[in-house]
Design a binder for this molecule. Sequence first.
Ligand code: NAD
Length: 255
Amino acid sequence: MQLSDMKIIITGAGGGMGAHFATRVVEAGGQASVCDLGEEGLKALADACASLPGKLHHQVCDVSNEEAIGKFVDWSFEQMGGLNGLVNNAGLLRDGLLVKKDRNTGEIIKMSREQWQLVIDVNLTGATLMVRDVVAKMAGEGQSPGVVINMSSLARYGNRGQSNYVAAKAALAANTVTWAREFGKFGIRVGAIAPGMIETPMTRGMNEKARNALVAAVPVGRVGEPEDIWKAVQFIIECDYFTGRTIDVDGGLTM
Ligand SMILES: NC(=O)c1ccc[n+]([C@@H]2O[C@H](COP(=O)([O-])OP(=O)(O)OC[C@H]3O[C@@H](n4cnc5c(N)ncnc54)[C@H](O)[C@@H]3O)[C@@H](O)[C@H]2O)c1
C-alpha cells in the first residue's frame, strides 16, 4: 500500500507518537482521521497539517467507550470517502506494583481493581473494539487491501510495576497473530510495533535517575524518537508481504 492512498484512522493522536504518524501520512498526501480524549491537541495538529498535501479529519473519541468507537469509525469512513487502515495508538499508563509493602507502616497494599481496569479498558478492550469495528467496516464495504497496526510495547515481555499495561500490550501482540490469521481472507494485514522508551509526553514525566539508568541499558545509547517508530509504521503499511508479526523497535533494549 502507498502512503498517498491511505485513508487511515489513528487513535490517540492529540500528541506524542499519534500526532507524528498523522503528520507523516498527511505530508505524503494521504488522509488521516484522528481522535483523542480532548479537543486541544487535535486542533493544534489540524493547524499544523492545514498546508500539507493530504487531509486531516479530527474528532474527540474516548476509545474506552464502545458506542463512541462505532460512531467515530462511521464518521471517519464518510469524511475520508473510504477506510483502509488503522493505527491503534491510544494508550495510557497507571503503573504500580500488584502487591507492595509500605516502607513506613509495613502495611500490605494491593493494586486497586480500578487501576487495573482503566489500563485494560483503554489499552486492550478499546484497542480490540477499534480493530473489530474498523475491520467490520472495511469488510462490509469491500475495502481491500487494508492494514491494521497495533501499538504494543517492550512491556509485552513483562515489566516490574506494570501488571496492567503488560497484560494489555502482550495481549495486543498475541492477537496481532490471531487477527492476521482471521482477516487475511478480507485482504487485511495486521502488524504490531513494540517500542522501547520513546520521547513523548508519556515518558517525559519519568524520574531523572530511572531515565538515566534506562538509557544506559540501551545498546544504541539514546531514547527513541517518534520518527524511529514512524519508520516501522511506514514499513508495515508499505510491505504487502508483512502480516502477523510484532516489530520490536527499542534500540536493542530487549535483546
Ligand atoms: N512513549 C513510549 O516510550 C512508549 C513505549 C512503548 C509503547 N508506547 C505506546 O505507544 C502509544 C503512543 O504512546 P505515546 O508515547 O505517544 O503516549 P502519549 O501519552 O504521548 O499519547 C497517547 C495519547 O493517547 C490518548 N488517549 C489516552 N486514553 C485515551 C482514550 N481513552 N481515548 C482516546 N485517546 C486516549 C492520550 O490523550 C494521548 O494523547 C501508546 O499506546 C503507548 O502505550 C509508548
